[in-house]
Write a protein that binds this ligand. Structure first.
Ligand code: GTP
Ligand code: MG
Length: 370
């Protein structure tokens, strides 16, 4: 990592690898597409083709995280935990999220919640907590596959009248693989036939032994329907989050992850972003996957326009030139030029990959026809 090969550099510069190899040959250097280039040679090639290529470009092109340099510990500040709710179909995830939001949000100056959003923030005992309503396990899996660690605490919802089901197991596996602490919400306690002991013993078989049985997993009985136990659940989330001592540096340009995105007829690409580090400002230039643009408008989870958003804040933005994919990582820049360069290089790389894939396909098709 770090030093590019001829092939990688060609991609980055939107040039043919053969042109670079030719140039190197004329300079007395025998190279192939896999030859690793040192800084000096990269600079020389850049000069020849009149394209400024710095090491920064190369790192940015391939991975934002690598560029997200270590933060000075003095600049770190506490940030709210990000909580994901998972569990089997119909066990009450959405109802639980709605109940949390209603009890914590509509109490305030806002009359009701109409819009569906993929992420929101509530205040519990004066402390902010962000919730992600991940649309099913697929998105979560996709995010994890991309190496995006977005969540700090997982709440696994298990219906007390149904017990552990296949997707409950999947959720436990996800949380374990991600190394995220989990809390079990034993839901539908209001129902006849609710059997929390059964949930606890079935979860123990998955390696999640309740604290009261000598294990270290917190179980909270709740009813998402009537709100019983929900405050207790929230307080437990706070305790688990506080043990992690979550911090971020709000004093730099923002980085984070796309939670969901869509194309809106009137507004264009609309993306819900979770800011994970730094602060996003209305008007910042940003790159998300191969999309880029300026933040033209930024609203919070209640639809209020905001000018800045710090770590762990979910926001909805417009201003991107295309629709990004959930799980894509974004990065803000102070110059639009830089954002555009990176997005264009990525787009070019993607187009070339697709072109290579399709020419390989047509060769195969050709072979079949012969
Ligand atoms: P999917 O998104 O389809 O996986 O389901 P979900 O886990 O989001 O479940 P949802 O919140 O949609 O609830 C499923 C059904 O269970 C709905 O009819 C809810 O009204 C009901 N339900 C949820 N929580 C409770 C509860 O605490 N008590 C009772 N009695 N019903 C509940
Ligand atoms: Mg649901």
């Amino acid at each position: 990592s770090g030093q590019p090969t001829v092939g990688e550099l060609a991609k980055l510069m939107h040039k043919q690898a053969s042109d670079i190899i030719k140039f190197l040959f004329l300079m007395g250097n025998m190279a192939t597409i896999n030859t690793v280039l040192d800084d000096e040679t990269v600079e020389l090639i850049g000069m020849e083709f009149n394209i400024e290529v710095t090491k920064e470009h190369i790192v940015e092109e391939y991975n934002f995280e690598e560029l997200d340099e270590e933060d000075d510990p003095k600049l770190l500040e506490s940030r709210p935990p990000v909580v994901t709710i998972m569990g089997h179909v119909d066990h009450g995830k959405t109802t639980l999220l709605d109940t949390i939001r209603k009890t914590k949000v509509t109490e305030g100056e806002f009359g009701g919640i109409t819009q569906h959003i993929g992420a929101y923030q509530v205040t519990v005992k004066g402390k902010k907590v962000s919730f992600l309503d991940t649309p099913g396990h697929e998105a979560f899996t996709a995010m994890r596959a991309r190496g995006a660690k977005v969540t700090d605490v997982t709440v696994i919802v298990v219906a007390a009248d149904d017990g552990v089901m296949p997707q409950t197991k999947e959720a436990v596996d996800h949380a374990k693989a991600a190394g995220v602490p989990m809390i079990v919400a034993v839901n539908k306690m209001d129902k006849e036939g609710a059997n929390p002991d059964r949930v606890m013993s079935e979860m123990s078989e998955l390696g999640c032994m309740p604290e009261e049985w000598g294990g270290d997993t917190i179980f909270v009985p709740v009813s998402a329907k009537n709100g019983d136990g929900v405050n207790d659940l929230l307080e437990n989330i706070l305790v688990v989050a506080e043990m992690q001592d979550l911090k971020a540096n709000p004093h730099k340009m923002a980085t984070g992850t796309v939670i969901e995105a869509k194309l809106d007829k009137g507004r264009g690409a609309v993306a819900t972003l979770l800011i994970q580090n730094g602060t996003l400002h209305a008007s910042d230039a940003i790159v998300v996957g191969t999309a880029f643009g300026h933040v033209r408008k930024m609203v919070d989870d209640l639809g209020r326009e905001i000018k800045t958003a710090g770590p762990s804040t979910p926001v909805e933005i417009i201003g991107l030139n295309s629709v990004p994919i959930a799980g894509d990582v974004f990065k803000a820049f102070d110059q639009e030029k830089k954002a555009r360069q990176i997005a264009e290089a990525r787009l070019q790389a993607r187009v070339e990959e697709e072109r290579n894939a399709s020419s390989a396909m047509s060769l195969e098709d050709l072979a079949k026809q012969i």
